[in-house]
Design a protein. Structure first.
Length: 295
C-alpha cells in the first residue's frame, strides 16, 4: 500500500516500519505522514517523490523524547504550584477553605456567565464542575494521607488534598479562587510580574496543564497547532527574545514552560537541555517552532 503511494521502501525499512506500526497504531503515525504527502487536506495521500521512512520516523521518535522532557517540566511545575498554593492558602484562609464554595467565583468573568446562561442555561457553572471534580478525586484517591482522613470521617486539609488533585483541577481552582492575596503571592513566586498574576498567569498555567495532558495521551507535538496557546509572560519574552515561532506552535508553550521551570529552579539547566534537544535536528526544530494547519 505504501509503495503504491510513492513511499521509497527497502527490505530494512519494511521490517522496521512494520514494528513501528505494530507498536504505535497506524492513525497515530499517520499524523506524521501528512507533512510528506502531496495534498492530504484534499484527499491526495500520495507521498512526495523521494520520501523515505526516516523522514517521518525521525520526528515521531523525537516526539517521544520531547514528551518525556515536557513531563519532567510540568511535573516540577505541578508539584511546586500545589505545595506553594496549599501553604499560602492555609496561612491566609485556613486548611479547609478550599472546600467552601464561597472561596470561588461561580464563573471566570461576568461575560463568561452571560454567555453560558444564554447558550447553555442548564449546564453547570465552572464552580459546580470544579466541586464535582474535587469530590471525585478526594473520594477515589488511594493516597495514604487521604485515606487517613476518610477513615476518621474528617475533612481533608489543603496540604493533603493537593497530593490527590491533578494538575487540571488545580489550575481550575486557581482560575476561580477569590483570594487575590494568595494568588498574587503564588504567581509572583513563579515568575509572573506586575499585574500578570491577574491578566496572564491563570491562562498560562491552564495551558501548561493542557500541554501536559497532550503528552499523557501521546499526542503528536511536531508541527502541531496548539488550540490552547498560552499568553507570554514578560520574563519569558526577555529570556527567549531571539527565538522565533508561530503563535500556536508547540514552541510557544515550551518557552513558557521552560521559563517557569527555570525561574522555580533558579537556573537555566532545564531550558538549556530542552532546547538543545529540540534544535538537534533542523527539520524537527522547524516543526516545533511552526504549527501546521491541516483540515
Amino acid at each position: 500500500m505504501f509503495e503504491e503511494r510513492g513511499l521509497a521502501l527497502d527490505d530494512k525499512d519494511i521490517d522496521s516500519f512494520r514494528t513501528v506500526l505494530y507498536d504505535c497504531n497506524y492513525y497515530r503515525l499517520s499524523g506524521y505522514f501528512r507533512a510528506f504527502q502531496v495534498d492530504p487536506s484534499h484527499g491526495d495521500n500520495r507521498f512526495v517523490e523521494g520520501t523515505c521512512v526516516d523522514d517521518f520516523l525521525t520526528p515521531y521518535l523525537m516526539d517521544e523524547r520531547l514528551r518525556s522532557l515536557v513531563f519532567e517540566g510540568t511535573s516540577r511545575l505541578e508539584r511546586t504550584i500545589g505545595a506553594r498554593f496549599s501553604y499560602l492558602l492555609a496561612q491566609n484562609d485556613g486548611a479547609y477553605s478550599y472546600i467552601d464554595e464561597n472561596s470561588y467565583n461561580e464563573y471566570h468573568t461576568v461575560s463568561d456567565k452571560n454567555a453560558a446562561l444564554s447558550q447553555f442555561p442548564s449546564r453547570q457553572s465552572p464552580r459546580s464542575q470544579l466541586f464535582n471534580e474535587l469530590c471525585r478525586w478526594l473520594s477515589q484517591s488511594k493516597e495514604v494521607c487521604i485515606r487517613h482522613y476518610r477513615r476518621r470521617n474528617q475533612p481533608v486539609p489543603i496540604w493533603a488534598a493537593v497530593e490527590a488533585i491533578p494538575f487540571g483541577t488545580l489550575s481550575k481552582m486557581l482560575s476561580l479562587h477569590k483570594n487575590t492575596q494568595v494568588l498574587r503571592e503564588l504567581y509572583k513566586s513563579l515568575g509572573f510580574r506586575g499585574r500578570e498574576w491577574r491578566t496572564c498567569a491563570p491562562s498560562a498555567i491552564q495551558s501548561m496543564s493542557y500541554l501536559r495532558n497532550m503528552c499523557a495521551h501521546h499526542s503528536r507535538l511536531w508541527k502541531r497547532e496548539i488550540i490552547s496557546a498560552p499568553p507570554m509572560p514578560q520574563g519569558a519574552q526577555q529570556q527567549f527574545s531571539s527565538m522565533e515561532f508561530s503563535d500556536k506552535s508547540v514552541a510557544k508553550s515550551l518557552v513558557v514552560l521552560s521559563y517557569l521551570v527555570d525561574y522555580i529552579a533558579g537556573d537555566e539547566e532545564y531550558s538549556l537541555r530542552l532546547w538543545e534537544f529540540v534544535n538537534s535536528d533542523a527539520s524537527y526544530s522547524d516543526g516545533i517552532h511552526h504549527a501546521a494547519h491541516w483540515e
